[in-house]
Design a protein around this ligand. Sequence first.
Ligand code: NAP
Length: 265
Amino acid sequence: MASKRVGVFGAGGRMGVAVCAAVASAPDLDLVAAIDPAWAGVELSERGVVDTGLVVSPTAAELVKVKAEVVVDFTVAEAARDNLVWCAENEIHAVVGTTGFSAADLEDIRVRFEASKANALIAPNFAIGAVLMMRFAELAAPYFETAEIIELHHDQKVDAPSGTAILTAERMAAASSDFAADPTEQVVIAGARGASGPGGIPIHSVRMRGMVAHEEVILGSTGQTLTVRHDSYDRTSFMPGVLLAIRSVFDRPGLTVGLDALLDI
Ligand code: NAP
């Protein structure tokens, strides 16, 4: 079977570089374009991705020129929204790891891809351990009356809370509507109780130099707590999930949200 022709948006960014390297070393995938206005004209080898001979292009037009079939996006939500509109219109499949989309954004993207021959897969977390953490938290939710989420990321992350934390709370809230009310009567410093996420589950965001992506879900009931924690220590933790999504998106019409849709869990 012919190799799938893959492009990458945000190719000069931290995740983009890791995706370019992972695609370039996959025998069934062919990295054909690297797009990033901030790194335009720079050879990918200068970003540490060897043996591709590719130079970063400034615009999506390059994807049409090189006949890309699927493009991966790890940018910022504002850019990813435009990139997705472009992919739907130009009928190129999209695999998106960018976070920060609102529910209205996802609905708009769903409508656009249902009307397109191209498909989209958006996952706020491509690490298998994080997908399992969300599943375990969802399974545990009905057995505990209180739950809070602490997400911890590197100090360059621009959106808060993380997409994974929001999705975790959404899934826990869908599994249980029985969480106890917050007892706090006096908030001495604003924000002390975190953000009120889906289902009223508090979400606390930590931004810390030295970290990559981490999340802890704490569930409590009388006399006991259960903590489910996942740590991504390195961006390579996301790559098996990204490669699986690239290979799978061709066969999933419309919009798919979450990597677990591709896993039997
Ligand atoms: P980053 O290093 O800032 O990389 C983003 C790159 O995208 C930057 O080079 C940026 O350029 C570029 N960009 C901006 N607009 C663009 C456009 N229109 N077309 C192409 N490229 C564009 O950030 P990162 O750490 O790689 O993270 C990127 C995203 O991935 C974030 O939303 C993060 O939350 C998410 N993420 C997801 C997962 C997951 O598993 N789903 C894992 C880790 C991170 P500028 O510098 O000019 O903005």
